[in-house]
Every structure is written in C-alpha cells, then in structure tokens.
Design a binder for this molecule. Structure first.
Ligand SMILES: NC(=O)c1ccc[n+]([C@@H]2O[C@H](COP(=O)([O-])OP(=O)(O)OC[C@H]3O[C@@H](n4cnc5c(N)ncnc54)[C@H](OP(=O)(O)O)[C@@H]3O)[C@@H](O)[C@H]2O)c1
Length: 173
C-alpha cells in the first residue's frame, strides 16, 4: 500500500513562508538534515515556487514539480513536471512500482500544494521551530483535529540555536 505523506516546517505561528516570495524565512541545518533523512530514496512532489526556491534537483530523490508551464520540462533536466496533482500522484506510483522505490510519496510544499494534498495525506512529518518568523503564509488544515500524534522529540540545532520539535502524525481512522 503506497502512502502519501507531507513534510513541513512551521514557526510558532504555523507560518511556512511568505506569500509571493520564495525566499526561505529561516536556515536551520538540523531541520534540513531531517528533511534529507525523511525524503531520501523517495518520490518527492513540490510546487514550482518551492522548486525554484531550492533551485536544483535533490540527490537520491525523484522530484516531481507541479507546474502549468509547458516549456519547463524541455528546459530543466533532472526532475519531472506534471500539470495536475493527480497526474503527479499517478507518476509517483508508476515510479515506485517500476523502480522498487520506498512506498511513501512525500509532499514537500509549498502552500498551494499542501492545500491541494491535505485531504489525501496519510501522514505528516511536522517540525515546529521555536521562532517567530513574521511570515504570512500558514500551513493549511487543522493537524491536531484530523491527525493523531505518533511520536515527538525536541532537539536544539547547534548551528542556529533554534529549538526544533519533530513530530509524526497519522490520519485519524
Ligand atoms: N516551511 C516549509 O516546510 C515549506 C516547504 C515548502 C515551501 N515553503 C514555502 O512556501 C512558499 C511557496 O508556496 P506557494 O504556495 O507560493 O508555491 P508552491 O505551492 O511551491 O508552487 C506554486 C506553483 O506550483 C504550480 N501549481 C500549483 N498548483 C498547481 C496545480 N494544481 N496544477 C499544476 N501546477 C500547479 C504553479 O506553478 P506554475 O506557476 O509554474 O504553473 C504554482 O505557481 C515559499 O515561501 C516557500 O519558502 C515552505
């Protein structure tokens, strides 16, 4: 059975970024490392704004970018482009089946893609950072209402001194 999971980092106010601005609001290496650990060996789906903010493909992951722009596939190598969320899910399932990849599809944002995917998510990897970023784009949905907590631990990032709460949630039956 293939699962669909989201991975997201929020600040104390559930902010994930800034609308209309792709710049990351924080740099917390401990969380980047967590992202790498969770996503390695998996198919990762993200919106074109998020992809542009990363600016490159990611090693050891199969990246599918959502975009309505036809010309990107011809210009950019190393990732696949899909025009709808369900096309992206279908391609992810095909890749997992054909290449024997991990049976977990990861939704990596941003705001519009989390919103589209929210109701089909089986699981959420949530990092809560102990900062107030001042951003205006929040994670959509009510995680504590729709999901149950499976695990959590807190660790301080030694490089940034930011406290990170790492939680895993599974959708309520
Ligand atoms: N804190 C976190 O964990 C986290 C994670 C990821 C991103 N972010 C933040 O989130 C923000 C970006 O979010 P966003 O909502 O602006 O952008 P986004 O979801 O990353 O990308 C939006 C783009 O994806 C494409 N798209 C969206 N829906 C589509 C659909 N149904 N079919 C086809 N293509 C579709 C469109 O690309 P085209 O315009 O090319 O058609 C759209 O402009 C940034 O601030 C980023 O830093 C935060």
């Amino acid at each position: 059975m293939i699962k669909v999971s989201a991975i997201v980092a929020v600040d104390k106010d559930f902010v994930i970024g800034n609308l209309g601005n792709n710049k990351l609001l924080w740099k917390v290496p401990l969380d980047l490392n967590h992202f790498k650990n969770i996503t390695t060996g998996k198919v990762v789906i993200m919106g074109n704004n998020t992809y542009e903010s990363i600016g490159k493909s990611l090693k050891n992951r199969y990246i599918i970018v959502l975009s309505r722009n036809d010309s990107l596939q011809a210009k950019i190598t190393g990732v696949s482009f899909c025009k709808t969320y369900w096309d992206a899910i279908r391609l992810a399932v095909k890749l997992i089946t054909n290449f024997g990849l991990s049976k977990e599809i990861i939704i990596a944002g941003g705001g519009s893609v989390y919103e589209m995917a929210y109701h089909s998510l089986d699981k959420i990897y949530l990092t809560t950072l102990g900062i107030e970023s001042g951003g205006n784009l929040k994670f959509p949905g009510n995680i504590s209402n729709d999901f149950k907590l499976l695990s959590e631990y807190v660790k301080v990032c030694t490089d940034s001194s930011v406290a990170c709460k790492f939680q895993e949630y599974e959708r309520n039956e």
